[in-house]
Design a protein around this ligand. Structure first.
Ligand SMILES: Nc1ncnc2c1ncn2[C@@H]1O[C@H](COP(=O)(O)OP(=O)(O)O)[C@@H](O)[C@H]1O
Ligand SMILES: O=C(O)[C@H](O)[C@@H](O)[C@H](O)[C@H](O)COP(=O)(O)O
Length: 176
């Protein structure tokens, strides 16, 4: 047991919920979707096509970090799907974690992201917010970066193949 959690990140429509859930199923881990923890005013804002600010995300990120810390304290690994768009957001998500986080970054071009958002039914996030998501995104430096044109199953296999065999190994997608 590596006892280190996974963060599947990317802009809206990149597939982080889909791939994160599937990864958790494959690894028999608990899955946390950061979208389930947004404050109600944040959901209302995004539903109206208004991008969140750093301030809107502050309490949300602290809550997500507390869930990751709790998992580590109870010796659980979890898979979290979270946009985690900026480096300082990722720093908040990692704070007080002794073992760091494995970051998987789902990358795709704008047209594909737009079509994936468009295919989704009943989701609060409008396609019009994709531009601001991409403007806000700071590409993570130490992450396993995967191309979302692959199927979710292929992406999960790519993640599993990249897992370090040795728990002490601090491989290509370990950020601390
Ligand atoms: N790799 C993929 N290939 C094809 N469709 C995908 C893939 N990943 C996600 N999808 C679909 O694209 C849409 C957006 O995926 P979702 O997981 O909700 O993204 P996010 O959580 O990043 O916003 C969903 O309809 C999902 O079924
Ligand atoms: O920080 C943000 O701006 C949000 O977290 C955003 O990135 C996220 O994408 C929305 O919560 C929509 O949810 P989906 O990612 O599922 O579209």
């Amino acid at each position: 047991m590596r006892n280190m959690s996974y963060m599947v990140m990317g802009v809206s429509g990149s597939g982080k919920s889909t791939v994160g859930k599937l990864l958790a199923q494959h690894l028999h881990l608990h899955f946390i979707d950061a979208d389930d923890h947004h404050l109600a005013p944040s959901i209302a804002k995004m539903s109206q096509g208004i991008a969140l600010t750093d301030g809107d995300r502050e309490e949300w990120l602290a809550k997500l970090n507390s869930l990751l810390v709790k998992a580590e304290e109870t010796e659980q690994e979890v898979v979290m799907a979270c946009s985690a768009l900026k480096e300082n957001y990722r720093q908040v998500l990692r704070q007080n974690l002794q073992k760091g986080l494995k970051i998987v970054f789902l990358h795709g071009d704008k047209a594909l992201l737009k079509s994936r958002m468009g295919n989704r039914e009943g989701h609060f996030m409008p396609e019009t917010l994709l531009a601001s998501q991409l403007e806000t995104l700071e590409i993570p430096k130490e992450a396993l970066t995967l191309d979302i044109s692959h199927t979710p199953e292929e992406l999960v296999q790519q993640i599993i193949q990249a897992l370090p065999p040795d728990p002490a190994f601090s491989g290509p997608f370990s950020e601390k």
